[in-house]
Design a protein around this ligand. Sequence first.
Ligand SMILES: Nc1ncnc2c1ncn2[C@@H]1O[C@H](COP(=O)(O)OP(=O)(O)OP(=O)(O)O)[C@@H](O)[C@H]1O
Length: 255
Amino acid sequence: MDALLAVSEVRLSFGGLQALDGPSLQVRDGEVVGLIGPNGAGKTSLFNCIGGLYRPQSGSIRIAGREVAGLPRHRIAALGVGRTFQNIGLLASQTVLANVLAGAHHVAAGGWWATALGLPSVARSERDHRERAMALLAELDLADVAGRMVGTLPFGTLKRVELARALMGEPRLLLVDEPANGLVHGEVLELGATLRRLATERGAAILLVEHHMGLVTSVCDRVVVLDFGRVIAEGEPHEVARDPRVVAAYLGTAA
Ligand SMILES: Nc1ncnc2c1ncn2[C@@H]1O[C@H](COP(=O)(O)OP(=O)(O)OP(=O)(O)O)[C@@H](O)[C@H]1O
């Protein structure tokens, strides 16, 4: 079976700096793949290319067989790509529920005309969205804070709100950027269980950027390691963690 996400030899530079130097990777339906590497290795740049924030200078990014490199981000989102951000991309002055509902924008029924004309299908779809948002909030243990303003909530809670918002778009491919950052141990365990469930029960393909190796080894089926914009290792999490090239790359950053 073809991979849902197939990245092939993507190159991206900022002036003279080669952020991505031809990495290739694949993620299949129902698979959680970890994307790890030292600071500045190119992980977020690759996410930004897949999600349509950056246009790579060359290479191919296919989602469900369709070339998406260089497409605008809304077109890529409409193909079923959801994303959470390293530094939270929520609207602080809106409620949790409003933020999560915003994640459904590209799956709204009827389009612009139907909304402008106030057609019954729109009211029905809004009701459906609300119900689905409340179900997601319950699933992620956020029902109690549905009416709270995002700006008043702790960071760990916001990470889950972001995940709920991304899930509202019913993603087939979920790009998750450092979800464990700022979470306490118990929250990391819960998050890991949630990501695993999304892959196993909903069949989502998940690409996870994470520095928390405990989460990576417990959740990922496979790990791809980037360094200086290149893939330096790939394989089963425990195996990759022992790979001398990976150890050297991490020590190089710490030195
Ligand atoms: N918009 C940009 N303009 C210029 N340089 C950039 C830009 N975005 C990233 N870079 C550079 O590209 C390289 C890769 O950065 P990137 O953020 O993708 O790494 P990363 O692996 O996600 O790092 P971290 O783990 O610290 O988030 C770095 O050298 C970074 O400074």
